[in-house]
Design a protein around this ligand. Sequence first.
Ligand SMILES: CC(C)(COP(=O)(O)OP(=O)(O)OC[C@H]1O[C@@H](n2cnc3c(N)ncnc32)[C@H](O)[C@@H]1OP(=O)(O)O)[C@@H](O)C(=O)NCCC(=O)NCCS
Length: 174
Amino acid sequence: MADYAIRRCTREDAETIASLGARLFVQAYGPTHPEPDRSAYLAKAYSVEVIAEAIEGEGSSVLVVEDSHAAPIAYAHMSATMEVPPGVDGRRAFEIVRFYVDSAYQGRGIGAKLMNHCCDVARQAGGDVIWLQTWSQASWAIGFYLRIGFRIVGKKPFYFGQRIDEDHVMARAL
Ligand SMILES: CC(C)(COP(=O)(O)OP(=O)(O)OC[C@H]1O[C@@H](n2cnc3c(N)ncnc32)[C@H](O)[C@@H]1OP(=O)(O)O)[C@@H](O)C(=O)NCCC(=O)NCCS
């Protein structure tokens, strides 16, 4: 991944990550998560305030992948978990709250490198398990997570407008 660099975001990155996050959500889930609920979801999940809290909140961090021109092309939000969902086995758990690679850069190993980096950050903070929830219809994401060592261990609801999907909970021991 020579042409790319991963770094931890600071408060100054909040606007950039809010806009990247909303753009990559629409890119990946636009067709299956339409208006009018989409705008409401984006406003709630990707406001600058919400992203600033993800960057600066206790036990929380956002990692960004930038290309050789410092343009952001992928990001992950991870957070220490107080309430671990059933099926996730560990004493100190970290959740991957968001994990997105721009479609123009997918399939080049960037997702795998970013996840390794997240696991290193979690281990350094004493983590022994990492977990996430993913849409049960997102076969590409599920396949990716299975290939890099995650297992489906449970389920959790995802709220989108009036819709409630039953997401997979996936976990990987560190
Ligand atoms: C799921 C996702 C994060 C994977 O990221 P990615 O960067 O494409 O993942 P990688 O490139 O590391 O791995 C994907 C594939 O590329 C292959 N690959 C890895 N390095 C490669 C390289 N240097 N050149 C070409 N292919 C490579 C991997 O072997 C893998 O192939 P496979 O699927 O046939 O096994 C990405 O598809 C994504 O952001 N999707 C949309 C958003 C989303 O659904 N996020 C998850 C929300 S829970």
